[in-house]
Design a protein around this ligand. Sequence first.
Ligand code: UT7
Length: 312
Amino acid sequence: MKGLRICATGRALPDRVATNEDLSRMVDTSDAWIVSRSGIRERRFCGEGERTSDFAAAAAAQALERSGIAPDQLCACIVATVSPDFATPSVGCLVQRRLGLPEGLPCFDISVGCTGFIYGLQIARGLLLQDSRPYALVIGAETLSRMVDFTDRSTCVLFGDGAGAAVVTLEDAPYASVLGARGDPEALWAQGPGPEISAIHMDGKAVFRFAVEAIPQVVRALLEQSGLTAEDLAWIVPHQANRRIVESAARRLGLPMEKFFLNLDRYGNTSAASIPIALDEMAGQGLLARGQDFICVGFGAGLTWGGALLRW
Ligand code: UT7
């Protein structure tokens, strides 16, 4: 089986930290409410004039440098985002220009909400299987603070900005992938894209209920497809939306919380960026060893869901 190996990762986050205290000066909320209902303590917000492509390019440059590969060995640059700089050109094209990537490279965005990075991995694998160039760049990048209504306390406390990137390649290793979608324009929606992006609207309870079912279903399907058991996995890396969602999914799966990597306390929900940012933090902390298998699982706007069993 041709699996996917993560060769190297990178991340880029805005310097500006917004704590729960900061938000409680803007809307009627409190650190205690946000921490107890979501687990989030702080998030990063982009500065005036900063755009998604700035973070996407910085994260990608870091991943490429760490991978040690030459850009002409890439067969694709895929950016998952719902907060692109412009409707067109895509963030993928802006990254191509910023990093001087070869022109014979497909560079494009995918709009899959918080499941975008997972979809990007599967698309990358498909392209890798029919290309002689052995690597692909998959990026998740968002500036959601540009889309948040800072008078709506039920959403503005949850989201943050940033980007993560991974250089991936095919490898003889276990692999499994699950992708799904159920069109729902009411659960989570925003108009856009563009500099004048309209606010995010969300039925939090509906998305919560959906997520606590989606995670266990995806994890079970990946294990069944691959023939592996949870014990074979070094980690499960979930989309970083809400600690309670992950706790509920862990209970349903009968797995300890220690199996799940969480960093949402520091970054909030960065949508498509949350999983690659998490992977890069894990790499930096030495939490994944070469040859280990792990699962990434995402869910979110669309509605969409998906997971991938990957090799480090
Ligand atoms: O990437 C996927 C994107 N979305 C998600 O993952 C979101 C999934 N949903 C959630 O995480 C949760 O539903 C929330 C964190 C959004 C909300 O938590 P909840 O436990 O479902 O709260 P709730 O919406 O039922 O609200 C409970 C109360 C309400 O007050 P009343 O009606 O009981 O008086 C809300 O008005 O909490 C109030 N509330 C707040 N209070 C203080 C809502 N937001 C806030 C807030 N601070 N920020």
